[in-house]
Every structure is written in C-alpha cells, then in structure tokens.
Design a binder for this molecule. Structure first.
Ligand code: NCD
Ligand code: ZN
Length: 348
C-alpha cells in the first residue's frame, strides 16, 4: 500500500449552487477541501457584497457538523457593478475576488460584461487594492469557432488588459489550451491559471467520439489531446502559476440530457483520487501538493491550510459513487474513463 500525505487542498473554482442542490453537493467538497472560491453565477447572480454575505450564510448553514470548510466569496462583475461596493467588500474581508464572465460565455452569464471599457473603473480599484480578478477566458462572438475562443480571448482581452492594468492580479480560469499554458508561463505580471480535473483527464473525443456524451460537455469545451498534454505538463511542472480549480459544476440529469443540455461536469466526489492517479502516471506525485494545496494560497496571499490529507493507493480500483441524489434529481459524477486507485482517507 502506498500513501501520500499533503497539506489539505483548496478548490480555486467551484460551483456550489443554492437551495437543495447546495445541500447535496457541498459535503462532497467539504470532506476534501479546506476552502473554495465560490462561483457567483446563481440566478440571479451574486453581484453585490450584501448578496454575497447572504449566500455565504446559506453555504455555512449547509456545511455538515464536524466538517471544516471556508467559502471564499466572489462577486459577479456586471457593467453596473459599483467600485465602492467592491472595495468595501474586499477591505472588510468578506469578498476574495471578482469574476468576469463575458456575456453569454457560459451557464447563467447573461448579465456578464459586453464591453470591457464599461468595467474599467471597477478594475482600476481592484488593481489599486490588490484584489484578484477571476476570468472566464473565452470570447463569445458567434463568428469565432468554439475551439478557438480561449486563444482569441488572450489576444483580444487578456493581453490588452495586462498592458492597461499591469498591477491587476488575474486568474485565467479553467484553461484548456497550449496557448493559454504558454501565455501564463511567459507572463511577467501577476497572472496565474487554474486547471480543472476533467481537462487534465479527457480530450474532445470523450464527448464527441462514439456518440454524443453530454456528461463530458463543459465550458470551455475540452480540446484535442495535444492541448490536454500541455495542461498536464503545466500542472505537474511545479510552476506556482498553475493550481487546481475543479470547476465542479453539478447539473441534474434532466438538465444534462436534453436537446440543448447544460454545460458542466461534477467532479467534487472523486477529484483528489483522479488527480493522484494522474500525477502518479506522470511520475509527478511529488508535485501534487503544490498544485492542490500550496500554489493557490500563495497567489491569493492566504495561509496554507494547517490540516493534512492522506491519500492511499490500493491495488484494486476505488469505487466512487456514479451518481449522487439531490432533491432536484440525480447528478452524475465525473467518470474519468480509467481505473482510479487513489482515495483520500483523512478529510476535515
Ligand atoms: C459552469 C456552470 O455550470 O455553472 N459550467 C461549466 O461548464 N463549467 C459555468 C462555467 O464555469 O463556465
Ligand atoms: Zn465554472
């Protein structure tokens, strides 16, 4: 039996939803992760400090007894966001970051940003106070092929933003391409990237080959194998600019399985097992702790968790649940399409 002990991980991009779904999915994150950056794309979105405070209270009420979990609250940036509210939220410690969704980029992003110029006053304040901006890095123009939307975003939005506000701390979230890996690796400003579990494990064949497979459909869409390899190289490199953001995004089966199904993959229950398997196969188990537990806190200027997690490798594959039940309907858990031999044995 092989064991690996690391500092308790954090998830730097997570969808917890609300209501019954929140109650059902939160324990799966809280058992393995100390903190998570909570995505604000609720309906309606979490656009003000006051709304974030109320959402934080609903999350805390859903944390099971005996589990230690801290939600890091994020404001959803709109063209009406008040810079003073952002400043006050950050300075009070309630708000950790602001999230930029280009309008129409993904699930519940209709209130997102159409024209960057209109949010410059907010971004200027953030650059001044050192508040991180989390970015969904895809352009949404219908004339740009969906497989190119991330790379075009770098040229059209991310790079000009860095020139305009070089002090703004930016997290390029859930990157999926070699272009994004290269851009972040070479950046001289405070730019980091999160990588999801699923983008490290699947390529576009998972949802397109042998039939359409909605459970592998997420945004940004997984790209071809050469891009996945670039992501694995970045995640296992030890470069502190790359860290875990699972983008675990639960949707019920009825919402996934329809002619126009929702984007999102639910990875919270088996993420740490999947990552240990992947890092072992990349002969980089010694880099897992940096990716899941050290690099994120360093970028966000937060302490590393005191607690530890031990992962155990068994010869027989571990059986993770295939679905979880929620009051809104069943949610499928990510199937990594390969045996997983690793499992966390200590959580909170
Ligand atoms: C996310 C969701 O379902 O909220 N879906 C996804 O495919 N990742 C939204 C997002 O982060 O893009
Ligand atoms: Zn997301």
């Amino acid at each position: 039996m092989q064991k690996l002990t690391i500092k308790r991980p954090d998830d730097w991009h997570l969808h917890l939803r609300d209501g019954e779904m929140l109650k059902a999915v939160l324990p799966h994150t809280a058992q393995d992760f100390g903190r998570a950056i909570i995505m604000p794309n609720l309906v309606p979105p979490v656009t003000t400090t006051k709304m974030a405070e109320a959402y934080q209270a609903r999350i805390m009420a859903a944390v099971p007894q005996g589990m230690d979990f801290t939600p890091l609250m994020v404001l959803y940036l709109t063209e009406d966001t008040d810079p003073a509210d952002v400043r006050a939220g950050f300075e009070s410690g309630l708000i950790t970051a602001v999230k930029l969704y280009p309008a129409g980029a993904t699930t519940n992003s209709a209130s997102g940003v159409r024209t960057m110029e209109n949010v410059m006053p907010v971004l200027e304040v953030m650059a001044e106070i050192g508040m991180p901006l989390c970015v969904h890095g895809e352009v949404t123009d219908s004339d740009i092929d969906i497989f190119d939307r991330e790379a075009v975003f770098i040229d059209r939005v991310l790079d000009p933003l860095g020139v305009r506000l070089p002090n703004l701390r930016v997290v390029f979230e859930h990157i999926t391409t070699k272009q994004a890996v290269d851009y972040v690796s070479q950046a001289s400003r405070a730019l980091a990237a999160t990588i999801t579990t699923h983008h490290l494990m699947i390529n576009r064949n998972a949802y397109l080959a042998g039939g359409i497979k909605p459970h592998y459909y997420c945004l940004p869409v997984a790209k071809r194998e050469s891009h996945r390899k670039a992501l694995v190289a970045a995640a296992t490199s030890g470069d502190p600019r790359f860290f875990l953001g699972t983008d675990s995004a639960p949707h019920t089966e009825p919402n996934k399985l329809q002619a126009c199904g929702c984007a999102g993959i639910f990875t919270a229950p088996n993420t740490m097992g999947c990552l240990a398997q992947l890092f072992e196969e990349a002969q980089a188990l010694d880099k897992l702790e940096g990716f899941t537990s050290l690099h994120g806190p360093a970028f966000y200027k937060l302490p590393v968790n005191d607690a530890e997690m031990t992962l155990v490798r068994s010869d027989d594959p571990v059986r993770y649940p295939e679905t979880i039940e929620t009051a809104d309907g069943p949610v499928m858990v990510f199937d990594p399409l390969c045996p997983i031999h690793w499992k966390p044995v200590t959580g909170a």
